[in-house]
Write a protein that binds this ligand. Structure first.
Ligand SMILES: Cc1cc2nc3c(=O)[nH]c(=O)nc-3n(C[C@H](O)[C@H](O)[C@H](O)COP(=O)(O)OP(=O)(O)OC[C@H]3O[C@@H](n4cnc5c(N)ncnc54)[C@H](O)[C@@H]3O)c2cc1C
Length: 391
């Protein structure tokens, strides 16, 4: 059993892992290159596979307090806004999957995690630049020249992970040929916003995913558009409302009103990476986007990071299990599911954006089976899965 654990990255994955590992009795410290806390102004949705694990960490009440229970799912035609598919969520979803589907402001989720872990356990302004494994532990060096020693290092440092390079060597990010505008709009500026659950507007080369966050006070949108030329991955590439409105010309009035009302929007090119064969070396492992960056089209990147955290903490909490064996067991449980979602998320993009006419019609008819099609994702209980897993 490891004792001093260093987590690189204080995103959703890193903080959840830190909380879960501390609950197993480890001494945990988190390091992040950011100089201040401050999640980007955007939403994130957690399905039952994520929220049931948050419940087990004791974070359920705080998340329900700041989140929005997504009470239904709706699909709309892009030009007219016509509703062509609807299904209840809310009580129906919780009854079927055993935990809620929540829309959250990222800053609210980060605050819940920081309150639980304690922000004094997070060292800011520390960019990890090198990892050296020695027979008795791991040395981590930061860009400011400082260093720390740990029994185990967890790389939760996102899609451009430094720790991933130590574990698996360099690889290329894969551009999806698509970018997105993201933003938050006061609910009263979005026509029908107070009735929105998880809402999709599907067009042939563009689509939007829209849902309430922060107790329904704000509407979060992600507006995806296919564009092979726009590859800037930086959130600092600020967009403005007029760019978003222009990119979604021809969409219905609800969409255009929402995009036009945003005060602060960014444009983000979408990248993932190929699944890794190996997530760990002797005393270093990966978690979340560092291990399995995926496109957002299944809404699962954060959920998978939370599942990783639960499984890793479980194996590292086994008193008689050596660290190497615990990391092998962690990978064995997590790799197939993360891989399936990485590759599946790529496929979903092709399903959201299809030409009008017979192809869209066929896709819309398949939606009748949507609850069954996605139940393998939302029904998954990482703890139940571990009952049968051997280390
Ligand atoms: C448009 C969009 C919508 C999405 N919607 C959803 C959704 O609805 N549901 C969902 O589950 N997922 C969603 N995702 C995916 C989700 O955002 C990510 O999967 C998730 O944030 C990954 O969390 P993480 O903790 O692994 O990494 P990150 O959140 O990227 O955190 C990594 C942290 O590591 C730090 N860091 C990086 N390098 C270093 C270094 N060298 N040294 C120290 N610190 C470092 C960074 O500063 C950062 O704080 C979406 C993604 C996108 C792009």
């Amino acid at each position: 059993m490891a004792s001093r654990v260093v987590v690189i990255g204080s995103g959703i994955g890193g903080l959840t892992a830190a909380i879960a590992l501390r609950a197993e009795g480890h001494e945990v410290e988190v390091y992040d290159q950011a100089t201040t806390f401050g999640a980007i102004g955007a939403g994130v949705s957690l399905g039952a596979n994520g929220t049931r694990l948050m419940d087990r960490l004791g974070l359920g009440p705080a998340l329900r307090e700041v989140g929005s229970d997504l009470h239904r799912i709706q699909f709309h035609e892009w030009r007219t806004g016509e509703l062509f598919y609807e299904h209840p969520m809310g009580d129906w979803y919780t009854g079927r999957f055993g935990a809620p589907f929540l829309g959250l402001h990222r800053a609210d989720l980060q605050q819940v995690l920081l309150d639980a872990f304690g922000s004094d356990g997070v060292r800011l302004g520390r960019r990890c630049v090198a990892i050296d494994e020695t027979p008795d532990g791991v040395d981590v060096t930061f860009a400011d020249g400082s260093s720390t020693h740990a029994d185990l290092v967890i790389g939760a440092d996102g899609v451009r992970s430094t720790v991933r390079q130590h574990v698996a060597g360099p690889d290329e990010a894969v551009f999806a040929g698509m970018s997105c505008f993201r933003g938050l709009v006061p609910v009263d500026k979005v026509p029908g916003g107070d009735r929105m659950g998880l809402t999709f507007f599907l067009g042939p080369v563009s689509h939007l995913v829209v849902y309430p966050v922060r107790r329904g006070e704000l509407i979060n949108f992600v507006a995806y558009t296919r564009d092979e030329a726009w590859t800037d991955e930086s959130w600092s590439a600020k967009g403005d409302a007029s760019q978003a409105v222009a990119a979604f010309e021809g969409f219905n009035d609800t969409v255009l009103a929402m995009l036009g009302a945003v005060e602060d929007t960014g444009r983000w090119a979408l990248f993932d990476r190929e699944p890794l064969r190996q997530w760990s070396t002797g005393r270093v492992t990966l978690l979340g986007d560092a291990a399995h960056p995926m496109l957002p089209h299944a809404g699962q990147g954060s959920n998978q990071a939370v599942e990783d955290a639960a499984v890793l903490a479980h194996f590292l909490g086994q008193p008689d299990l050596p660290v190497g064996a615990a990391l092998t067991a962690y990978e064995t449980v997590r790799k197939p599911r993360a891989r399936q979602l990485q590759l599946g998320s790529r496929g979903n993009a092709k399903c959201f954006q299809v030409p009008d006419g017979p192809e869209a019609q066929a896709r819309n008819e398949r939606l009748a089976n949507l609850p069954d099609m996605v139940s393998w994702i939302h029904q998954y209980d990482a703890h139940a899965e571990l009952q049968g897993a051997t280390a």
